[in-house]
Design a protein. Sequence first.
Length: 290
Amino acid sequence: MKTVYFAFPQNEELTKKLVQQDSESESGNFEIRHFPDGEIYLRIVSDINLKNIVLVCSLNQPNEKILQLYLFAKTAKSLGALKITLLSPYLAYMRQDSVFKPGEGITSTFVAGFFSSFIDELITIDPHLHRIQNLSEIYSISTKVLHAAELIADWIKKSVPNALIIGPDSESEQWVSNVATKAGVAYTVLEKVRSGDKEVKISIPQVDKYKHHLPVLVDDIVSTGRTLIETIKHLKEQNMANPVCVVIHPVFSEGAFELIIQAGASKIISCNTIQHLSNGIDISPLFVSK
Ligand code: R5P
């Protein structure tokens, strides 16, 4: 019995590739729209009775999508679907992983608990694991994490001669060191303090011995872009070349892409975990042996 893949809006290209590379799969059809009052209308057109299904939905701008996925999963179960896998290349709600100010909640945990109540399996790429070190700490369903490091390292090896990889904060060390080792190049990691959504301070990079290298900023998520913008500012002050920015999850809220280019990035390249014009590293091969 073939597994049926459903592409949520803006996940069509990736889903097409996934179906092409898995002979045991087929594409499913469904209709989703809003009623005039804003409520969600959903109809699953394909036959999914006694079939496993995969919902491909990256969770940038996540709130509406989470409700759509909930309604889809409940409808699918009512139509006889067996296992429901959520394939979410970008997993949202991972950064509120602690109570930073009195009155807050650990929303990572709440959202994970909610997904675990209606999904059977989760597959994702490089989720933002910091204070939570493993998805199994917050998800009670089976989870699988894939990593883009190898693909990013290949891209850097091919495209950036004499690279120095720079991670903007201690959280980034996990993927930055991995990418640098795989690409066989040097790396350094900076210190970051965030005091608000758009207020970020980055330590001055000690790059004296790398003056003739081409800096490559690597980060997992770019949202407001403030982390990269602040880092670029420091690199300019140190007379380094305009950096290349490599991003795993191109969330790019509120014009962030343009702001990073204006700040002096020579190029921004991202993985297609979220559809964006900066996509240049295809993550679909990661799913071949899942
Ligand atoms: C957080 O620690 C992440 O690794 C990123 O550095 C962060 O999400 C980037 O956010 P922004 O683009 O809003 O500075």
